[in-house]
Design a protein around this ligand. Structure first.
Ligand code: ATP
Length: 235
């Protein structure tokens, strides 16, 4: 049974239908990349999976249970964690406190501040620094660490490399690859096609709210994904 299945999902912003009849499923341990041009609907889809945006039709099932109607705060204890675009840290709090606010008694598991620091060693010297004073890469690492503190079974990452230097992106992905190898199920939105194809097991390309291509990453090329991206390819 897939850990996540999205079935004929629609999501709207008022009159605008941002997600149109999207279906796919994600197996436990899989890394699944969502790609597509700006405005294709990737963020809205990710937020609908997390419960941060209401679906207007269709289903989201997690571990076989229909969670479509559940609000975001009740999906976290089930094991769904979203790292939103723009990180949304508490800028005036320390890095450590940003991590600790996500500690949950209702969802025990392996993640502790110490373990987050093993995965993101760049945070070790910054633990007592204000989150607002961290570099972009350190802030992103903190945002991912905060999500991990909820002991997720499914980690949703929205454009984690946006606005970071190439060195910071490389450092972040070194950590993410370790997480993926460790068996964390990841759905990520990534603008960089090469990177998406390199890290993901499967790639879905969205165009104007619809899925126009779904492939095993190994069995597709950058050219094929690009054609789908611009609406030139066959699905
Ligand atoms: P990006 O890479 O720019 O984040 P995306 O693929 O994640 O794009 P979404 O952000 O999901 O796409 O946007 C899908 C559509 O919904 C776009 O047409 C966008 O303009 C619209 N949209 C997104 N957020 C809102 C909002 N809060 N209010 C109204 N329309 C919105």
């Amino acid at each position: 049974m897939p850990i996540l299945s999205v079935e004929a999902l629609d999501a709207r912003h008022g009159l605008l239908q941002a997600v149109r009849g999207v279906s796919f499923s994600v197996a436990e341990g899989e890394t699944f990349a969502l790609v597509g041009a700006n405005g294709a609907g990737k963020t809205t889809l990710l937020r609908a999976i997390a419960g941060a945006h209401r679906a207007s039709a269709g289903y989201v099932r997690f571990d076989g249970t229909d969670i479509t109607a559940l609000p975001a705060h009740t999906r976290v204890p089930l094991g769904i964690a979203l790292v939103p675009e723009g990180r949304k840290l508490f800028a005036g709090m320390t890095t450590e406190d940003n991590l600790r606010v996500a500690e949950r008694r209702d969802r025990p598991g392996p993640w502790t501040v110490e373990r987050v620091l093993e995965v993101f060693p760049q945070l070790v010297p910054k633990l007592k620094a204000r989150a607002g004073d961290l570099s972009g890469g350190q802030q992103q690492a903190t945002a991912i660490g905060r999500a991990l503190m909820t002991n997720p079974r499914l980690l949703l990452l929205d454009e984690v490399s946006l606005g970071l230097s190439p060195v910071a992106v490389e450092q972040l992905y070194t950590s993410l690859r370790a997480l993926m190898r460790g068996g964390t199920t990841v759905v990520l939105v990534e603008q960089d096609l090469n990177r998406a194809l390199a890290v993901a097991d499967r790639v879905v390309c969205m165009l104007e709210g619809r899925v126009v291509l779904e492939r095993a990453a190994k069995e597709t090329s950058r050219e094929e994904v690009l054609a789908a991206y611009f609406g030139l390819g066959a699905a």
